[in-house]
Write a protein that binds this ligand. Structure first.
Ligand SMILES: Nc1ncnc2c1ncn2[C@@H]1O[C@H](COP(=O)(O)OP(=O)(O)O)[C@@H](O)[C@H]1O
Ligand SMILES: [Mg+2]
Length: 375
């Protein structure tokens, strides 16, 4: 079996902007020429500011959206070449966990019905008794109780609802789960619980995970590799440790520098992002990041940088004309701080875990903690 479970080649998704009934002629390049490979068994993270195209990319990878151009291969086979039967296998093998556990579960269905629905579709081999047993087993595997099966989604907290969403995604026996900001809508202490759960389930079910997130400490905690997106493009990609210790793209460096120190009163940022993200329809010659970049020179305003391999790290790639300058600045920057970037992110996640245990100092820093009692 190939080591690569999912592959995207030059994926594009463009939307025409409508003004009333007519097209304005403007295009939103939500995803613009993205290529990536996801390895079997890994957790692959996609990170970037809101509106950079993460959700669109996630939906393209799952064939929930048809690309304007480009191709996705799942287990070596191009999705566009799939027959209807293949597509129904794909629906079984690739599942989605949504951001908002409040709107993604049908409020009129009991938990039993919500979890048995995918079993009815994808596991026709099961008798109704076997299906019921499977629902109970799944509930326990995601940390809920068997008696929860008869309740409705509104009777649960956010974290518990996300557990129901995860049980539903697991029901068909998928090989790959794509989570679109699966913990962003949850309170920090509950985020740590759900992150731990996803980590455990990945090992237990031998899953591959693609996690879309904007919280770098969550990505640091759960992922093996990371792709950083800016306005529809991947600007940097590589192993998480490597990318976070040695960022080569000015945007990654800025994102990392914007992570607050996990200490009260020291939440200063080292480098702030200049300006706002440009309008998604703006046509920007050259590098899309040039108007916000402290390293930009003339060539950046004219020529789009190609993806290149960062020296000595063949699996670490970057799209920047001056990545060597960024690397230099990043290492100087680290020397001026007491902690490395990875340590800072780890310390931040430790705070989430402390919040999980209900330690007193933490709520002061991180805001009110939602207590998740299993009643
Ligand atoms: N159906 C659509 N029609 C038009 N524009 C869209 C559509 N879906 C997404 N977009 C635009 O594409 C860009 C990327 O959106 P999205 O993938 O949701 O970003 P993210 O998930 O990173 O916040 C945004 O500018 C968004 O407004
Ligand atoms: Mg999104």
């Amino acid at each position: 079996m190939s080591d690569i479970i999912l592959k995207a080649c030059n994926l594009k998704k463009y939307y025409e902007v409508n003004q009333g009934l007519f097209s304005s002629g403007d295009l939103v390049k939500a995803v613009d020429d993205v290529s990536l490979e996801v390895r079997r068994g890994e957790t692959f993270a996609i990170v970037g500011e809101s509106g950079c195209g993460k959700s669109t990319l996630g939906r393209l990878l799952m064939q929930l959206l048809v690309p304007t151009e480009g191709e996705v291969e799942f287990e070596g086979k191009a999705l566009s070449k799939h027959s209807d039967k293949d597509l129904s296998t794909l629906r079984k093998e690739v599942q989605f966990v949504f951001q908002d556990p409040f709107s993604s579960l049908n409020p009129r269905m009991t938990v039993r019905k919500l979890i048995s629905e995918p079993l009815e579709i994808h596991r026709k081999d099961l008798s109704s008794k076997q299906r019921d047993d499977k629902v109970k087993q799944l509930l326990e595997q995601v940390g809920l109780r068997v008696e929860h099966a008869n309740r409705y989604p509104h009777e649960f907290s956010g974290g518990q609802r996300q557990r129901i969403g995860i049980a539903r995604a697991l029901a068909s026996g998928p090989k790959l789960i794509i989570g679109d900001e699966p913990v962003s809508a949850l309170d920090v202490s509950v985020q740590a619980q759900v992150v731990n759960l996803l980590d455990d389930l990945r090992d237990e079910f031998e899953l591959t995970l693609i996690i879309i997130a904007h919280d770098l400490s969550i990505i640091r905690q759960m992922s093996d590799r990371v792709a950083v997106m800016y306005l529809g493009k991947i600007v940097e990609m590589g192993p998480v440790d490597e990318v976070f210790s040695n960022p080569r793209h000015p945007y990654t460096l800025a994102l990392l520098s914007a992570v607050p120190e996990p200490v009260v009163g020291q939440e200063k940022t080292l480098i702030s992002l200049l300006g706002e993200t440009p309008s998604p329809t703006a046509s920007i010659p050259g590098c899309r990041f040039n108007n916000r970049c402290q390293f930009a020179r003339n060539i950046c305003r004219k020529t789009q940088p190609e993806i290149s391999v960062a020296e000595a790290h063949e699996k670490h790639i970057v799209a920047c004309h001056f990545w060597q300058d960024v690397a230099q600045s990043a290492s100087e920057n680290t020397m001026n701080t007491s902690r490395t970037r990875n340590e800072k992110l780890e310390a931040r996640f430790k705070l989430y875990q402390a919040a999980l245990k209900g330690e007193k100092a933490v709520p002061k820093l991180l805001g009110a903690i939602e207590q998740e009692e299993l009643t």
